[in-house]
Design a protein around this ligand. Structure first.
Ligand SMILES: Cc1ncc(C[n+]2csc(CCOP(=O)(O)OP(=O)(O)O)c2C)c(N)n1
Ligand SMILES: [Mg+2]
Length: 576
């Protein structure tokens, strides 16, 4: 539904005549955009002409999907809105995966797409696609601007909608005649959307009820998702966990919201989470969910999820309350504001028995791998990466085993440090995400921990990294397989590895051909020095780690099982 909008009265003296393309560029700059990603084409020529000398750092990907992931990761790393522009038809269609990725992970983005002239819409014109129709389910809001008078206001609204409430991608479709039309602008910058109101302040009574429940609880657990990171609420989370003395477990997207080196951290929960997090959730008497959405990879079998717990759910999105799991105390609003109110009302309790029990689980079920093996273990590569970067790098990932091992074996201590496609699980996200993150954070070390087949999907973006002289690092955990799918085939399909082995290229040669640095590692003893060399490189650097081919990710909650029905604990224990 299109939100209704009112703009404040125009002041005639400030008016100037501009083309639509100029209005777009000026409004982007007014919204604070200094960096954007995009790919050109026929109907966006007027806009690209205005971008020619605009004070905006422009990054051209080699494929629009890559550009969309770059804008997404730029947003995740910086906290700003990511901006992507593409042409009509094929350009717009190539954004779909990137928009769906951002939508599932609640990332603020504005995508601008060119469209054929308004009078041609519906005529099957050259490069016409029904972009708003195609992208409606993968955007928080989208619209087409058919009248230049609505242009500036619509762009402002897009930024407002993308970045407030539960953030998400917004797409604006721009017919080329609107870009070349002229109109006077009035200097108005306010956004007023009566149909779209965000209520950041939580209900005081609900907050008090939550505080009382925490004070009464003997076995509480904080279950924290990416919402805490997007709300910039990590400080408030730390204050609550420490003051009330509550252990914290995080989702994949929540990693970094709480320092994993702190004693209250239970690390990640869920399908490939730690046994101590999963047991704690199953045995807790109070589950405090913050900015998390009870995804099936987290809950396992819903009917038996946290069976003894009263549930508090703090979330900005009222639609996610009691959506998957019934909640006892909902608190709708901004996590930062609500947590800071909650901190005032909670008391410190020692909860000795609970913390003792957790300490036992933590000791017994440490995440392990076979350190005595002579082959290159993927977990060893990540452990060594974490050691040499002192746990301070920004890590992006592919999807599959590489992603789960990155989540398990790198230790995240601050928000916006792990950038991964959680909800959609988009293979090919890692490399463009590393580029977007490096552009947002030029001084930081950015490492893409990738899978061979994930990397294959968007490796053309190495050209973008080389062109912009970005010192990104790509660590391919090259097991030759679509490892995560192979793992499921091994465990649930009798070792029938149907179509999960494909021949890979020589990544070192590929990197060199693009003008990046390539390194191949097939000996365990070469891992530390290869990582050292990679970290010292100024050019983009790709390291092809030939890892153990049939290593599995443990523990694992098989699909449809309860969180405490984990496979592989015996295997982990046998490595102690
Ligand atoms: C675009 C896309 N296609 C298919 C899948 C399904 N899928 C999930 S993991 C995976 C295998 C990933 O292989 P690789 O990147 O080599 O990672 P590994 O598991 O071996 O670490 C596949 C095919 C997906 N997540 N995304
Ligand atoms: Mg693989």
């Amino acid at each position: 539904m299109k939100p209704k909008s009112r703009t404040s009265a125009r002041s005639a003296d400030k008016s100037t005549i501009k083309t639509g393309a100029q209005i777009i560029v000026d409004t982007l700059i007014e919204q604070g955009v200094d960096t954007m990603f995009g790919y050109t084409g026929g109907v966006v020529l007027p806009l690209f002409d205005r971008l020619y000398d605009a004070p905006i750092h422009f990054i051209n990907p080699r494929h629009e999907q890559g550009g969309c992931h770059m804008a997404d990761a730029y947003a995740r790393a910086s906290g700003k809105v990511g901006v992507m522009v593409a042409t009509s038809g094929p350009g717009a269609c190539n954004l779909v995966t990137g928009l769906a990725t951002a939508m599932m992970d609640s990332v603020p983005m504005v995508a601008l797409t060119g469209q054929v002239r308004t009078e041609l819409i519906g005529n099957d014109a050259f490069q016409e696609a029904d972009t708003t129709g195609i992208t409606r389910p993968v955007t928080k809001y989208n619209c087409i601007v058919k009248d230049i008078k609505d242009l500036a206001r619509t762009i402002r609204e897009a930024f407002h909608i993308a970045s407030t409430g539960r953030p998400g991608p917004v797409l604006i479709d721009l017919p080329v005649d609107v870009s070349v039309a002229k109109c006077s602008t009035d200097g108005t910058t306010e956004v007023d959307l009566p149909g779209y109101r965000v209520r950041p302040k939580g209900h005081a009574k609900q907050i008090s009820m939550a505080a009382q429940a925490i004070n009464k609880s003997e076995q509480p657990v904080l279950y924290v998702g990416g919402g805490v990171i997007s709300a910039n609420a990590s400080e408030e989370l730390r204050a609550l966990a420490e003051k009330a003395h509550v252990p914290v477990t995080m989702t994949l997207l929540g990693l970094g919201s709480y320092d994993q080196n702190k004693p209250e951290s239970l690390d990640m929960l869920g399908m490939h989470g730690t046994a101590y997090a999963n047991y704690a959730v199953q045995e807790c008497d109070l589950l405090i969910a913050v900015g998390a959405r009870f995804d099936d990879r987290v809950t396992g079998k819903i009917d038996t999820f946290a069976p003894n717990a009263k549930i508090i759910h703090i979330d900005i999105d009222p639609a996610s309350i009691s959506k998957n799991v019934r909640v006892d105390i909902p608190v709708v609003g901004d996590a930062k504001l609500i947590l800071s109110e909650l901190v005032k009302e909670v008391e410190y309790h020692q909860r000795k028995e609970w913390f003792n029990k957790i300490a036992e689980w933590k000791q017994k079920f440490v995440l392990r791998y076979d350190e005595s093996s002579s082959t290159v273990k993927p977990q060893y590569v990540i452990t060594e990466l974490c050691r040499q970067t002192e746990g301070q790098a920004i890590v992006t990932t592919g999807v599959g085993q590489n992603q789960m091992w990155a989540a398990q074996f790198y230790r995240f201590s601050r928000p916006r440090q792990l950038i991964s496609s959680g909800g959609l699980g988009t293979m090919g996200f890692g490399l463009p995400a590393a580029i977007g993150a490096q552009i947002a954070k030029p001084k930081e070390t950015v490492i893409d921990i990738d899978g061979d087949h994930s990397f294959n999907m968007t490796l053309t973006e190495l050209a973008t990294a080389v062109e912009h002289e970005l010192p990104i690092k790509v660590c391919i955990l090259n097991n030759g397989y679509m490892g995560m799918v192979r793992q499921w085939q091994e465990l649930f399909y009798g070792h029938r590895y149907s179509k999960t082995y494909l021949k890979n290229p020589e990544y070192e040669a590929i990197a060199c051909a693009f003008g990046a640095v390539g390194i191949t590692v097939d000996k365990k003893t070469d891992v530390p020095k290869a990582i050292k060399k990679m970290l010292a490189e100024k050019k983009p650097c790709v390291v092809d780690f030939r890892v153990e081919r049939e290593e599995n990710v443990w523990p694992m909650v098989p699909s449809g099982k309860s969180l405490d029905e984990m496979d592989g604990l015996d295997i982990l224990e046998s490595m102690a």
